[in-house]
Design a protein around this ligand. Structure first.
Ligand SMILES: [Zn+2]
Length: 314
């Protein structure tokens, strides 16, 4: 077995990455170990004798029933024509870039001939960023909303394509989980249509565990939370950052990231961009978990096509 990461939390250098994953076989072996930590088990007959095929170590054959199993099933790599090494390198680049990366930059770094291939690869990695099994925020949770500017294609015509939103602004609600001694842990962000009680209560019901202590500003929509202990902090807007310091820091970072990396979000992609920001924040100290998550390990992803992704169906 190759040398393990001594510190799973720290990103590998490019050199260390190349040593750890020199080729497709090394990637396939890593996937097999993640899939069968206690050794090969056949999904068809439960047999535990099997071996990888000579032509591709990504496919294992059961010695008892002959069934072949791919180590990429349920991951972002399944049925892809790209080499495993390309996927691993792309996930490594995305996981170790603190600011995110564009499809154009990824294409250059991977030496891919096609922009479309790089774009699709990046979007498939981004799809894996939301953990369907994630648990609700607990203990102490700061909640607030903010307005984000976004770019619209029709800006020059001065036409607002959605009358429910102020021109060029989108409402975002966010939550930060704090430890008992006030240290920030995980966050959640979501684009919302309005600041109504129904909208904000739904966000809290989905993202915050019952009995958590919710701290928000004095907005009337937050009143009468059924399952949570609510501490409203009534302040005028200029002082909000003093009483809800962490959610305000998250919003400030989010806006800096949106402007710096993407020159503002596009409305259509806002959900994915928020997901990416949440992923980066929540995994900021866990490189290896981030790498596994991006590759879709342990998630059981459904395969998505190019058309699913451009039409936001996946
Ligand atoms: Zn079998």
């Amino acid at each position: 077995m190759p040398a393990r990461w001594k510190k799973d939390r720290r990103p590998l250098s490019r050199q260390a990455f190349e040593a750890r994953f020199p080729n497709d076989d090394a990637c396939a072996e890593y996937l097999a170990r993640r899939r069968w930590p206690k050794g090969f088990t056949c999904p068809a007959c439960g047999g535990c004798r099997g071996w990888p095929l000579k032509r591709s170590r990504a496919t294992w054959q059961c010695a008892d029933c002959g069934r072949q199993t791919s180590v990429t099933a349920g991951t972002v790599m399944h049925r892809s024509h790209l080499p495993l090494k390309t996927w691993f390198l792309a996930a490594h680049i995305v996981a170790s870039h603190s600011n995110g990366i564009s499809a154009l930059q990824l294409q250059a770094q991977l030496g891919l001939g096609s922009y479309k291939t790089a774009w699709l690869l990046l979007h498939k990695l981004r799809r894996a960023m939301v953990d369907p099994k994630r648990t609700q925020l607990k203990d102490i949770v700061e909640v607030d909303e903010t307005e984000m500017p976004f770019r619209r294609k029709v800006d020059t015509l001065g036409v607002n394509d959605d009358p429910n939103f102020p021109v060029g602004k989108i409402l975002v609600v966010g939550a930060v989980e704090l430890s008992d001694d006030g240290k920030p842990r995980r966050i959640r962000l979501e684009a919302i249509p309005d600041r109504s009680r129904a909208t904000l209560h739904r966000f809290i019901a989905v993202n915050v565990a019952p009995a958590a202590n919710v701290i928000s500003d004095g907005l009337i929509s937050y009143e009468k939370l059924a399952d949570h202990v609510h501490q409203p902090r009534v302040v005028n807007k200029t002082k909000a950052h003093l009483l809800l310091p962490w959610i305000h820091r998250v919003f400030a970072n989010l806006k800096r990231w949106a402007t710096g990396t993407f020159h503002g979000f596009r409305r259509k992609h806002i959900h994915r961009m928020l997901d990416e920001f949440v992923f980066r924040w929540n995994r900021r100290r866990y490189y290896k978990t981030a790498l596994d998550r991006l590759l879709g390990l342990g998630v059981g992803l459904k395969p998505a096509t190019y058309s699913d992704i451009i039409n936001l169906r996946a």
